[in-house]
Write a protein that binds this ligand. Structure first.
Ligand code: FDP
Length: 337
């Protein structure tokens, strides 16, 4: 990227302009997706601002605590959830919402219903909130394909039926990465404009990378293929250099780095968590959708991640995602089992 030229750029591709351009390719489109997305963008901007001033505004800490003014504090992830639920309902374009923060799905009242169902984790990486490390919001979008009363069945669908997915990373800059099924595009929030500007068009993940990303503290409980794979990363026998290990512990940050630099992110099954840790609907599916759209792969240890059919809204799955060739290696090890 030419940063000098960038600083003087006057033709700004905002996320709204970008989505309107996409929409104009479909004459039958009535702008519903653009409206939905603008409400998601509003939620992201709000959370970004709250994350930036978390320490200052005393938003860190546990929900239910009381601050020095005697007011009840809202934990940042509870606040983020409230903001997203309200923004999505008020868009008038959603019928079913599934949030990591809510045990049950939210069914939007009939007068405010629309044709989309949104699954999301309003603030992922919560163990990193209090120390100021990058965290993010993850979302996936399905369409409602009937006019009957909506049910959870409307979101218990494979990831390959999602029409869009994305995440917003609250890091050194605030970045929204989106795919509507035609590639992956990254938008950076310009705080002076309050707008997400297209800075990373058509992101493609390198075919192979030199980074692996995993919580190695769980190694004693891994299965054979994961153990062999990580061993190969550290002690390659084919003369290739060892891979570097990077693990933030926030899925958004670890996946973002993987998308831009290549390599592999894994949260495998282990003896203590036979289904892994990450949630299918609002972690595994959106990130797998983005990886495939960027030219990478996502695998569960048994199948293509996007072909999973969840039976429960908070179901978990092991996940291996990243550069095409790196995921091929782990697939080969599972095939040998
Ligand atoms: P967190 O527990 O901090 O909310 O699913 C949540 C998640 O973070 C992911 O963002 C992250 O990739 C993973 O869990 C980290 O889990 P470990 O602490 O077990 O490594």
């Amino acid at each position: 990227m030419d940063h000098a030229a960038d600083a003087h750029r006057t033709d700004l591709m905002t996320i709204t302009r970008f989505v309107l351009n996409e929409q104009s390719k479909y004459p039958e489109s009535r702008g519903d997706f653009t409206i939905l997305l603008s409400h998601i963008v509003l939620g992201c901007k709000f959370v970004c601002s709250a994350v930036n001033k978390a320490g200052l505004a005393k938003l860190i800490g546990l929900a239910g605590e009381t601050n020095i003014q005697g007011e009840e504090q809202k934990k940042l992830d509870v606040l983020s959830n409230d903001v997203f639920v309200k923004a999505l309902v008020s868009s008038g374009r959603t019928s079913v919402l599934v949030s990591e923060e809510d045990e049950e799905a939210t069914f939007v009242e009939p007068s405010k219903r629309g044709k989309y169902c949104v699954v999301f984790d309003p603030l992922d990486g919560s163990s990193n909130i209090d120390c100021g490390v990058s965290i993010g919001t993850i979302f996936g979008i399905y369409t409602l394909d009937h006019t009957d009363e909506p049910t959870t069945e409307d979101v218990l669908k494979p990831g390959n039926e999602m029409v869009a997915a994305g995440y917003c990373m609250y890091g050194s800059s605030c970045m929204l990465v989106l795919s509507t099924g035609t590639g992956v595009h990254g938008f950076t929030l310009d705080p002076s404009l309050g707008e997400f500007i297209l800075t990373h068009p058509d992101i493609k993940i390198p075919n192979k990378g030199n980074i692996y990303s995993v919580n190695e503290g769980n190694a004693q409980n891994w299965d054979g293929p994961t153990t062999k794979y990580v061993e190969k990363c550290k002690f390659p026998k084919d003369g290739s250099p060892a891979k570097s290990l990077r693990y933030v512990g926030s899925m958004v940050a670890d996946v973002h780095r993987t998308l831009l630099y290549g390599g592999i992110f894994l949260y495998p099954a282990d003896k203590k968590s036979p289904n892994g840790k990450l949630r299918v609907l609002y972690e595994v599916f959106p990130m797998s959708f983005l990886m495939e759209q960027a030219g990478g792969q996502a695998f569960t240890g048994k199948k293509r991640a996007l072909d999973l059919v969840p039976e429960k809204i908070h179901e978990r799955s092991p996940i291996f995602l990243g550069s095409y060739d790196d995921v091929e290696e782990i697939k080969a090890l599972y095939a040998e089992e």
